[in-house]
Design a protein around this ligand. Sequence first.
Ligand code: NAD
Length: 269
Amino acid sequence: MGRLQGKVAIVTGGGRGIGAATAARLAADGARVVVNDIDPIPAEETVAAITANGGAAFPCVANTVELAEAERLVATAVEQFGAVDILINNAGATRDKMFHLMDDELFDFVLDANLRTAIHTSRAAVPVMRDAAKAEIAASGRPAHHRKIVFTSSVAALMGNPGQVNYTAAKGGLIAVTKTLARELGAFAINVNAVAPGFIETRMTAAKKPGEATGVPEEMRQMARMMISLGRFGEPEEIAAVHAFLASPDSDYVSGVTIPVTGGQIGGM
Ligand SMILES: NC(=O)c1ccc[n+]([C@@H]2O[C@H](COP(=O)([O-])OP(=O)(O)OC[C@H]3O[C@@H](n4cnc5c(N)ncnc54)[C@H](O)[C@@H]3O)[C@@H](O)[C@H]2O)c1
């Protein structure tokens, strides 16, 4: 039996990259997974890959920058699978510019995509998780099991990163939110943690082509690789493994922390 057998998980931004790998890993560990993304086709593809491997998954296309959309996402999990035990707040995006060139539009877009999505989805999920724990406490004195909230932060928030004042503000915010929610929700056996990935090979970090909104210039990719002790970029599955650890009973006594997963990136271990 998988360590997440019987659990219901939501993964935001589950259509691509780290989110897709996380949804697949949670399903392989036995969870039933609601795969959220703003883009329908990638969300459907993640669900199709999970079901082809014998797992259980359901798509929910939603932009959780809007609270009502986050509430619809959580309602989908309850309708389809009957609960929310695990929430992986992974959705995110970058729009890099040096600080003196950054306008409010770019700042707000990145704050919304990385921080507001996570706050709204958590705001929608926490009452469901709390109520379930409270009912179990009333029935038998304590929650039947731990429930888990995980935020996908970034090593950029630990080290700073030129051109990413918007992104580091959002990802640093998630680290602080992790600590506060861990304190608020511990009484209900809801663990709250974050992962700070280093440089992981996804659409977000692919070599930037002229005119593209996202990506990293090739010379910066090469410089970043030189800072990594293990000498290579990470794979989405290597972040998924730590998301899954923090979603599982193996981390029941871990709460309020941010785990760097960087291959030993200098300055952001
Ligand atoms: N790739 C890296 O090196 C790296 C490093 C540190 C942190 N991260 C973080 O990991 C997470 C996943 O990033 P990735 O590298 O897999 O990027 P990605 O671009 O491959 O995937 C991100 C997914 O999130 C979705 N998304 C964006 N905004 C959304 C919204 N408002 N609502 C729902 N879905 C939305 C996108 O459509 C996309 O499918 C992000 O939070 C990112 O900031 C990535």
